[in-house]
Design a protein around this ligand. Structure first.
Ligand code: GZL
Ligand code: ZN
Length: 331
């Protein structure tokens, strides 16, 4: 445990409680009882609230801190990298024991992470990766294997084409936030899975920034631009929900006229899968809170942690036997 001066500890505790006193600003944060005196102080910078996935992720982290007795300083950057950087600087000033954050994009972190390193505070990446020349700037990553998620999406499409003898499939892709790791790797994994298979052609990719509204706008444009669209591959459910609105407004049947493959596994997407409007939902669990708290406690105790920790994830498809009894998703 870092030896914070008593005054610093009191100030940090006050700050942490003050931050939690405004749940409206930080999503519906449950009120955190004053954590025990020797509690680990974790500074967490969340990137925003662009999707139900993100909101579920934030809630789970806050509830997991409660369960673990970890004192949490939680700051929401509202989609701005500069807000994440200043949040990390404030965590350094309060001499937290551990810093964790979900980097909105892969680049631009070296300076502030060097400051954390100079202050002797370990940094844990959650949910998204960074690209850096100095891997010592963070101790580990906990979150999805996005390449694998992309591959699962491609594997489903191959199964669909095999089962139904489909060829000449024109694919449009809605990608996530530009230069974010899920966007890069979900695209890469999908392409790797279908590479060399002449039945598939990705005719256009547009970025919907993981937002429902932009997913709808992009799909409207794609429908106008392309005579034939057989498949939509969308990097998250929020964009897919918007795209389905556009598809139906164009008089087409989602899941039938256009095969729909989406990633996240929000309840809304599972409901549409069961209704036949989506064909494949690749799971990306937001429930990382307990793993984050466990790793934070280990780091605060000076213990080693794995460089990468991936949660178990699966894909739900129209071909599943258990399609109608998927447990409630919780986000
Ligand atoms: C994935 C996460 C992505 C989700 C989106 O781990 O970073 O960000 O897929 C969210 O819903 O916006
Ligand atoms: Zn066709």
């Amino acid at each position: 445990m870092r030896q914070r001066s008593t005054a610093k500890r009191a100030l940090a505790a006050a700050m942490a409680l003050a931050l939690l006193a405004f749940p409206a600003l930080y999503g519906c944060a449950p009120r955190q009882e004053a954590a025990p005196e020797d509690a680990v102080l974790l500074g967490f910078s969340q990137l925003g609230w662009e999707s139900a996935w993100r909101i579920g992720n934030s809630l789970d982290i806050q509830e997991a801190a409660e369960r673990a007795g970890v004192q949490l300083m939680f700051e929401n950057a509202q989609q701005k990298q500069e807000n994440q950087i200043s949040a990390i600087r404030s965590f350094i000033a309060y001499q937290v024991d551990v810093i964790a954050f979900a980097p909105i994009v892969e680049y631009g972190w070296d300076t502030v992470l060097q400051e954390a390193k100079d202050a002797g505070i370990p940094v844990l990446l959650t949910d998204r990766f960074i690209v850096t020349d100095d891997p010592s700037l963070y101790v580990g990553y906990v979150g999805a294997d996005f390449l694998e998620e992309g591959r699962k999406a491609g594997d489903y499409l191959i199964e669909k084409a095999d089962r139904e003898g489909l060829t000449d499939l024109k694919i449009v892709e809605l990608s996530g936030t530009l230069s974010s790791s899920p966007m890069q790797q979900r695209g890469e994994g999908f392409r790797a899975a279908i590479a060399g298979d002449a039945r598939f052609e990705i005719v256009e990719t547009m970025s919907g920034d993981f937002l429902r509204s932009k997913g709808k706008e992009c799909m409207q444009i794609l429908l106008e631009r392309h005579e034939e669209i057989d498949v939509l591959y969308s990097h998250n459910d929020a964009m897919t929900l918007g795209a389905i609105e556009a598809i139906e407004e164009a008089g087409l049947e989602p899941g039938k006229d256009i095969i729909i493959i989406t990633v996240d596994g929000e309840q809304a997407a599972i409901d549409l899968l069961q209704a036949g409007k989506i064909n494949c939902v690749v799971e990306c669990t937001p429930m990382l809170g307990d793993i984050i708290m466990d790793l934070a406690k280990k780091l605060a105790a000076g213990e080693e942690i794995p460089r990468v920790t991936n949660p178990e994830e699966r894909a739900f498809t129209e071909f599943d036997e258990d399609l109608m009894d998927i447990a409630p998703r919780g986000y």
